[in-house]
Design a protein around this ligand. Structure first.
Ligand code: C5P
Length: 221
């Protein structure tokens, strides 16, 4: 069973994907964390965020690894825990430029397919239903109003202990800019797959979204 969850920034994808994976004992793959890790690696190597060749070399030498510790999924690169760094505003502001590089996408998509293998998986991102797992049995496209997504992002940053002096309006503008770039890039832009079920989570609780996706999975079991 492959479950693909796509949608714009902060629509709640990773929150519900993690819960569903845990309840069904499926593996969970956060593809956004991988593009964020590429962006951290570019920054640590003082590379231009458009330097595809340099970024690919640095990613190949530092590597990106997921580890689960105390039930939490952590991201490591070059032996260092970068789980907090990948969520900082600087990385969020530049990740769309890095994720638009065709070579970076090719490398990450290949890694994502390898990680999914032939096991039960819940994968979230922007192009999972359209490109990474086009044969996924369940495809979900999560959406929510820009303001509610900004409020969720602010709460998420606070809960992760990441300091940010941005207002909700500024976060909303950043999210809108990132969605625009992600939807307009040349290679596998953010787009609902034709066979995906769209769920608007604006006025839904997390549990309601989880239940609605579990129903879709149930239908395919
Ligand atoms: O999901 P998250 O907000 O962490 O993703 C960060 C960024 O990574 C997105 O804004 C997008 O540029 C990129 N991304 C992507 N394809 C995916 C997942 C994320 O291009 N499958």
């Amino acid at each position: 069973m492959q479950v693909a969850i796509d949608g714009p920034a902060s629509a709640g994808k990773s929150t519900v994907a993690k819960i569903i994976a845990k309840r069904l004992s499926y593996i969970y793959i956060d593809t956004g964390a991988m593009y964020r890790a590429c962006t951290v690696i570019a920054k640590n190597h003082n590379l231009d965020y458009g330097d595809e060749k340099g970024i690919l070399e640095a990613v190949a030498s530092d590597g990106i690894e997921f580890k689960t510790e105390g039930g939490e999924q952590l991201v490591y690169s070059a032996g260092k825990d970068i789980s907090l760094e990948i969520r900082t505003p600087e990385i969020s502001a530049n990740v769309s430029q890095v994720s638009a590089l065709p070579g970076v996408r090719e490398e990450m998509v290949s890694l994502q397919r390898k990680m999914a293998g032939s096991t039960n998986v819940v994968m979230d991102g922007r192009d999972i239903g359209t490109t990474v797992l086009p044969n996924a049995e369940v495809k979900i496209f999560l959406v929510a109003s820009a303001r509610s997504r900004a409020e969720r992002r602010l709460l998420d940053l606070k809960q992760r202990g990441i300091k940010s002096d941005q207002t909700v309006e500024e976060i909303e503008a950043d999210i809108a800019a990132r969605d625009y770039k992600d939807s307009h890039r040349a290679v596998s832009p953010l787009k609902k797959a034709d066979d995906a079920v769209e769920i608007d989570t604006t006025n839904m609780t997390i549990e309601e979204v989880v239940q609605s996706i579990l129903e879709q999975i149930q239908k395919k079991l």
